[in-house]
Design a protein around this ligand. Structure first.
Ligand code: MF3
Ligand code: CO
Length: 249
């Protein structure tokens, strides 16, 4: 239950791995178009990360078989890239982590392909806003659950629901560190945010009901009601007098 505080030198290391993460995620997002397979997008991420002399954080993590998680439509998170072809109307969540010189970066975004259902736009924009609202409260002196609470209220005010079984996390020398960052709950609880904390804040928001299941591949998380889901994530550092979005391009 100990939250690691990063030194100035460690924060410099985090800046580098997170900048790489942002670069990879931006390039992969730009490559999403009808006809591309999720496996090809993962290949692109692997190549970009290798060119940076870095390592994909997810590959091999608890046996995870790819560099990216690519989750389409009713898939929430942890979709395994493969032969699936991206189609017009799809909503595609892209999640990648980069490990470089001892530090992880972690970021996710959701892209809409071609003309999508207006409800999907409402979902994606609500999830984006939920992350932005969370970033705005993740400052020194705030309590951890202030972040959780604003994600939930932002998503719900758009008529969407938040996933409860998966959470954001501390990040640094390990991909997952203390604390867990839930996307729901009352404000004003949990540890006070302090300079040196580095967090991956990652709202997972469903258009319909909040319940999820895990597929037989043991990874892919899907909505039980089959409705679409979206996911955005940034790695941030709490600093004296404010915060820094480390994985913002
Ligand atoms: N962003 C996700 C997380 O932090 C991705 C992890 S996928 C895994 O949990 F394969 F690495 F588990
Ligand atoms: Co994460």
């Amino acid at each position: 239950m100990k939250i690691p505080l990063k030194s100035a030198a460690e924060l410099e290391g985090m800046r580098v791995s997170c900048r790489m993460t942002a670069e990879v995620l931006g390039r992969v997002a730009a490559a999403v178009q009808p006809g591309v397979t999720t496996g090809e997008l993962d290949e692109l991420a692997r190549k970009l990360i290798a060119d940076m002399r870095a390592r994909p954080s997810f590959l091999g993590y608890r046996g995870y078989p790819a560099a990216m998680c690519i989750s389409v439509n009713d898939e929430v998170i942890h979709g395994i890239p493969g032969r699936r072809v991206v189609m017009p109307g799809d909503v595609v969540s892209l999640d990648v982590g980069v490990y470089y010189r001892g530090f992880h970066g972690d970021s996710a975004t959701t892209v809409m392909v071609g003309v999508v259902d207006p409800d999907v736009i409402r979902l994606v924009e609500a999830t984006r806003r939920a992350l932005e609202a969370a970033l705005a409260v993740a400052r020194p002196g705030a309590r951890l659950s202030d972040v959780s609470h604003i994600v939930e209220t932002t998503a719900k005010s758009a008529g969407c629901s938040v996933v409860r079984e998966f959470v954001g996390h501390g990040i640094g020398r390990e991909l997952h560190e203390e604390p867990q960052v839930a996307n729901f709950g009352a404000a004003g609880r949990g540890p006070v945010l302090r300079p040196g904390m580095t967090l991956a804040i990652e709202p997972m928001v469903n258009l319909g009901r909040p319940e999820v299941s895990v597929l037989d591949d043991k990874w892919t998380v899907v909505t039980r009601d089959g409705q679409p889901s979206a996911h955005f994530e940034h790695t941030v550092a709490v600093l004296e007098g404010g915060m820094e979005i480390l994985s913002r391009a």
